[in-house]
Design a protein around this ligand. Structure first.
Ligand code: 5GP
Length: 140
């Protein structure tokens, strides 16, 4: 498998080199809005530890990040009265991965509303910021 390359976009976001709409952060991970959301409230949980994906991640990182994923899932459900929440994670390009730093998608699902295709959503910066504010409020 190809090794981790710290020039990827999420590594740059973690280093603060490019902006993101941050929802949450601690020593383990950050949570940010996905800029091409598959539904209203689609966000990403990104562990700080460098790994391409699940296949080269260490157990300690995986154990520490899942409670944060659950926290974000509960927050998006509360923020938007979502009917369900999809959690997704892709490993390598043939499996759909496009950014090669481990991350988990937290995607609110609304009954009767199909998800936009992966990395294909479009939303205005103002809409994204408003959604981020709602999630931050739900996180408390
Ligand atoms: P993957 O295909 O690797 O599982 O998902 C990468 C996700 O990152 C996609 O959903 C895509 O919309 C999102 N994304 C790509 N570039 C950026 C960016 O610069 N900022 C943010 N916040 N999300 C991004």
């Amino acid at each position: 498998m190809t090794s981790y390359d710290d020039g990827n976009i999420f590594a740059k976001i973690l280093r603060g080199e490019i902006p993101s709409l941050k929802l949450y952060e601690d020593d383990t991970a950050i949570a940010i809005m996905d800029i091409m959301p598959q539904s209203k409230g689609h966000c990403l949980v990104i562990p700080r530890a460098p790994s391409r994906n699940l296949l080269d991640a260490d157990d300690a990182t995986l154990a520490a990040v899942m409670p944060i994923v659950a926290r974000l899932a509960r927050a998006v459900r509360k923020a938007f009265a979502a009917d369900g929440v999809q959690v997704g994670q892709f490993n390598e390009e043939p499996a759909g991965q496009t950014v090669f730093h481990l991350h988990f998608h937290v995607v609110p699902v609304y009954a009767g509303v199909p998800l936009t295709r992966h990395a294909g959503g479009s939303v205005t910066p103002a809409e994204l910021e408003a959604q981020a504010e709602q999630i931050r409020a739900a996180l408390g």
